[in-house]
Design a protein around this ligand. Structure first.
Ligand SMILES: C[S@@+](CC[C@H](N)C(=O)[O-])C[C@H]1O[C@@H](n2cnc3c(N)ncnc32)[C@H](O)[C@@H]1O
Length: 284
């Protein structure tokens, strides 16, 4: 992973440098293509010494070479460019991106999908902490931060950073654990109720709107925990494959029960919610 650049508008769009490159490519092609079709007898040529002899090189040869080099250079540049300039409409920042599991959902609609991670992560485009993002203000239309806040030193500062980098009128989509087993990555420090998450966001940003909704219900949370330990036991018994159907049945059954009993999906005293989803919209 590269050392952390500050993501700026210039870097994102390629700015004037990209426009100049595109114009130069177009000019090269416009000049070169007609030359390829000029009859060889009408072409000026130069003799280049090669070893003990000489080779006549026509303008058409040079034109073909220029076109080929331009194509290779443009292909290479596309491949080497950060993911940030490859796609369609939204610019998405995935903070604490892990293995970028959400990329497939946004890819068809995004013209940038930039992953930031604190760790030496081959999936990340930029290294950085959520509490101190190496990103210009208001640069991204969607800022994702899923299952990360529980790992960071200072969640209040982190939320202020998420607010800083989201564009006016656009959204932060965040989720954090209410209930989960201890899972350091590299630390595991916090858990929140839905009310705690609401307070964390409302006190650390001037949001135009804020919603905190349960990602699943109380039975799904219990099912998830039970399934986790079934999986651990199956691993210890070196029979993980055999444990999988039971894990799937526990998760599916629990979710099914939540769907049938509305009170199990509600945020009421006694509820147990694994993860809540936060949608925080920045003012225009
Ligand atoms: C549980 S994983 C979640 C990965 C991914 N967002 C997902 O939902 O699958 C937590 C991620 O947050 C990253 N992380 C931990 N502390 C962080 C921090 N202070 N700033 C940014 N990322 C952090 C970890 O390296 C890891 O990739």
């Amino acid at each position: 992973m590269a050392s952390p650049p500050v993501l700026s508008r210039t870097l994102r769009y390629g700015g004037k440098a990209d426009e100049a490159r595109v114009s130069a490519r177009a000019a090269t092609l416009a000049a070169a293509v007609p030359l390829v079709f000029l009859h060889v007898n009408h072409q000026p040529s130069v003799s280049l010494p090669v070893g003990g002899t000489s080779v006549d090189v026509t303008l058409a040869d040079l034109a073909i070479l220029a076109v080929a080099l331009t194509a290779v250079a443009s292909g290479l540049r596309r491949g080497l460019r950060p993911t940030s300039v490859r796609y369609g409409r939204y610019r998405v920042l995935d903070v604490g991106c892990g293995v970028k599991p959400y990329l497939p959902f946004f890819e068809p609609f995004a013209d940038a999908f930039v992953g930031v991670d604190v760790a030496d992560n081959p999936h990340a485009d930029v290294r950085g902490r959520v509490e101190d993002l190496p990103v210009e203000d208001g640069l991204f239309e969607i800022v994702l931060c899923n299952q990360v806040l529980e790992h960071c030193d200072d969640p209040t500062h982190a939320v202020r950073e998420l607010r800083r980098v989201v564009a006016p009128g656009e959204c932060v989509l965040a989720s954090t654990h209410g209930v989960q087993v201890y899972h350091p990555a590299p630390e595991d420090l916090w858990r929140w109720t839905h009310a705690g998450r609401d307070r964390l966001f409302s006190q650390n940003g001037d949001w135009a709107s804020l919603s905190v909704r349960p990602g699943s219900g109380t039975t799904a949370c219990l099912g998830m925990l039970l399934a986790h330990y079934v999986d651990l036991v199956a691993q210890k018994a070196r029979a993980r494959v055999l444990g999988k159907p039971l894990v799937a049945a526990l998760n599916l059954g629990a979710r099914g029960l939540d769907r049938r009993v509305p009170s199990l999906r509600e945020l009421i005293p006694g509820s147990l919610i694994a993860t809540c989803h936060v949608v925080a919209e920045a003012p225009r």
